[in-house]
Design a protein around this ligand. Structure first.
Ligand code: BTN
Length: 241
């Protein structure tokens, strides 16, 4: 596996996407940066972390291996890999807040952003970007954030955590390629934050409603049981948690 380690880049997702357009990249090529100047999150948000303290990296996967229909499975695989590593490090109360936030003690410790690589007008590959808070302990203007160090009091080596994450990610990708899709979805659903508990949501018109998270669809929509006893599907544009 090739790991491209950079001191600074705008965004490891962007760097990997441009690399993929220029070169015939090997499956699992990783771009890891100690600092991002334009780190991005879901729905156009910013991902800003203290340089050299946290992990910000992206992994390249070709579309032939994981199909576009299975893209949400890649997100679930990455979330499960992060969850397993956090549990190995004895981090408490790990949960995934749908679709891509990993929490510890209800605070965000990791975010994942999957994007497509379009080459010659065709969908060619995906990049799986992970931002994991490792050694940062102070955040300005970021409510409800935490890190491995905040949760354990221990300073960790970034390379060591990266190796653990990549190993665990490969374990789940192998499961995916072996067709063990149900198991991946089941595991992901079993650690969904507030699953089976009534919660308040906002719909696209900013109206509040109560729903109970049941799970997710294969495409990554959230399944909510609502007052009329019906189960409805929502995507990120239709719902705020
Ligand atoms: C989110 O929480 O909305 C997702 C955050 C994803 C951040 C990572 S850091 C590495 C990669 N490069 C980016 O610009 N974003 C992802």
């Amino acid at each position: 596996m090739r790991i491209v380690k950079l001191h600074t880049t705008d965004s490891t997702n962007d760097y990997l996407k441009s690399l993929a357009k220029e070169e015939n990249l090997e499956e699992d090529t990783v771009v890891w940066a100690l600092e991002q100047t334009n780190g991005r999150g879901q729905m156009g948000t910013k991902w800003a972390t203290e340089p050299s303290k946290n992990l910000t990296f992206s992994v390249f996967r070709k579309i032939q291996q994981i199909t576009i229909d299975q893209q949400f499975y890649a997100l679930m695989a990455a979330s499960l890999a992060v969850k397993d590593v956090l549990k190995k490090l004895l981090i408490k109360n790990v949960a995934v807040k749908w679709p891509n936030d990993i929490l510890s003690d209800k605070k965000k410790i990791c975010g994942i952003l999957i994007e497509n690589v379009i080459k010659k007008g065709e969908l060619n590959a995906m990049v799986i970007g992970v931002g994991l808070n490792v050694n940062q302990t102070v955040w300005e203007n970021v409510p409800r954030a935490t890190s491995i160090k905040t949760q354990t009091g221990i300073h960790f080596d970034l390379q060591e955590i990266l190796n653990m994450l990549l190993e665990q990610f490969h374990f789940y990708v192998k499961m995916l390629l072996d067709g063990d899709l149900e198991k991946i979805k089941e595991d992901y659903e079993s650690f969904l934050f507030r699953k089976d508990k009534p919660s308040t949501f906002l719909n696209a018109n900013k109206e509040q409603f109560v729903g109970i998270i049941q799970g997710v669809t294969d495409q990554g929509k959230l399944l909510l049981l609502e007052e009329d006893n019906r189960i409805n599907e929502y995507d990120l544009k239709e719902l705020e948690l």
